[in-house]
Design a protein around this ligand. Sequence first.
Ligand code: UDP
Ligand code: MN
Length: 612
Amino acid sequence: MGLCRRRWRVLGFALGVLFFILIIHIHVPKAQKDVTDDDIMIPLKSRHKNQEEYIDKRGIHVVVGHYLGDEVPGKTTPNLTHELLNSNGYSPQPHAGEMGNPVQIPAWEAARMQQLYHINKFNLLASDRISVNRSLPDVRKKQCQGKDYQVDRLPSTSIIIVFHNEAWSTLLRTVHSVINRSPRRLLKEIIMVDDASERDFLKKPLEDYVAKLSVPVRVIRSDVRTGLIRARLLGAQVAQGDTLTFLDAHCEATTGWLEPLLSGIAEDRTRVVCPIIDIINDDNFQYVRSFELHWGAFNWNLHFRWYALGHREVDQRKKDTTKAYRTPAMAGGLFSIEKDFFYQIGSYDRNMDVWGGENLEMSFRVWMCGGSVEIAPCSHVGHVFRKSSPYTFPGKGGVGSILYRNLARVATVWLDDWADFYFKMNPEADRVRDEVNVRERLVLRNRMQCQDFQWYLDNVWPEHFLPTKDRFFGKIRHEQKGGCLQKPGIIGTASQPTGPTVIKDCVIEAFQPQLFVFTKKGYIMTDESVCLDAPDASSSKDPQVRIMACNELPRQKWTYDEPSKQIRHVQSGLCLDLPSQTHPDTLSLQLCDSTLRSQRWIFEDVKWSRNQ
Ligand code: UDP
Ligand code: MN
């Protein structure tokens, strides 16, 4: 008896520990999806008693919250029962969300709204109130609306939608928006690939429903969770159209979305064409048009990012705003590609799991092996961007190790010398580097006689901020203070990023916020396409030096005078100096004086590749 009770106590203790582990949540921006628990570098002051915040070694602001999360019943938590997860709550209300308008949930339903939010990590209650046939505004530019795409001459397409535990309303709104807003003759079929979903309503009810639609819809299923990459390959395998058009399971196509994609391919079958991805707000399902002034690329951690268009593309758009423009990388979820070209160019790396990295893999491969990746500005498709993933990342190590493994594959196959740089910046990926076997993909690259990554950087993304052989890469040290130039943790807003330029104690070599490149053109750049800038150099008597989005304007140009160790601002002729009294939080520009110790800077190389 006594022994028995003791066992229960031990079991209870073990459960308690497990429970504690379960409720630790790491909040990083969705785009990163990294695991950062071993990254603790600089603790910040805690905002809440039970939260830790710190800037990790990449300069990412991380909040570790210890709170009662999704899995815990009672309290603030959604009690996600089997019954609830398996019920289809779709019940459209008159006018809700029409014309892309937001849906407001009344206060008395807030608790239910929050509970349901956790199922898909978007406002499911709001989505379920909006018709799967909701209307949307025509968000295209006038010039686009007037364009004749000669539909009769365009190739047909198979729409491929992969999904894992998607909500009924978002999934079917994707399907209906495609049917409602595409020329019928271009739609060969819609292929829905179920990646081992666990919801009852996604089984027979889905098949019965889609059988009645006016376009042939096939539902194919993977019995085991195979991940979005192999799920898309399953869909492509059975596709009968001339082209493949991939969509996420929570999209809404707008008027005229398909013609520009297919017309780009009709002109040149080696193009991979993406729409402008508009935003369906994850809280209220409002349709928000995105700007057409960005292209896709990636940061030092191989995370996909939107950055300001390159100059060649801006110039092209001035001549013709309807023309597709080139992009270094694609977001990955939404694009069209000719079916034969898809296979010719190596389809996907089928050894990539679950989510992530496949978009960069395809972008590098297509560019380097003879194709191009483009954005058709006349094609607008909405996508629900989520702040976190609703689904599991099965296997040892979870999201972190899966993503790093995928990215290690991308780096090893396509990045040449820059693979060393990626692994140096990302020790978590370095740790799994030896576990991945990419022989087949290297054979493919060799067989197709692809260009190298240097070619890609020079020709496709000359505005990049990676180190190269003819650029300085390393730390910029202030001789007198001993500290290093550091990019601030948070730089303004996405559209107008600006932050102070500061000197901080120099820390470990690979601390990203203290690493800069100095380009031949005179730009001092760092990760995320930000540059040392002096925005008020010509208007102020006491100019401040800021870190801002790189814009290739003359005011971002600098030269280094080796003998005097001064960093000179080209446009004003002034020199980089310590903060002035009026703006003590950021570096300043002062009249150059080679006797001033406060104007002396030392460039310290950091090795980034073994072949340097
Ligand atoms: N998906 C899948 N299997 C997985 C993970 C994702 O089929 O293991 C699907 C998912 O349902 C979605 C698409 O792949 O339709 C892209 O995933 P998600 O929307 O989560 O990616 P994000 O848009 O956040 O990058
Ligand atoms: Mn998505």
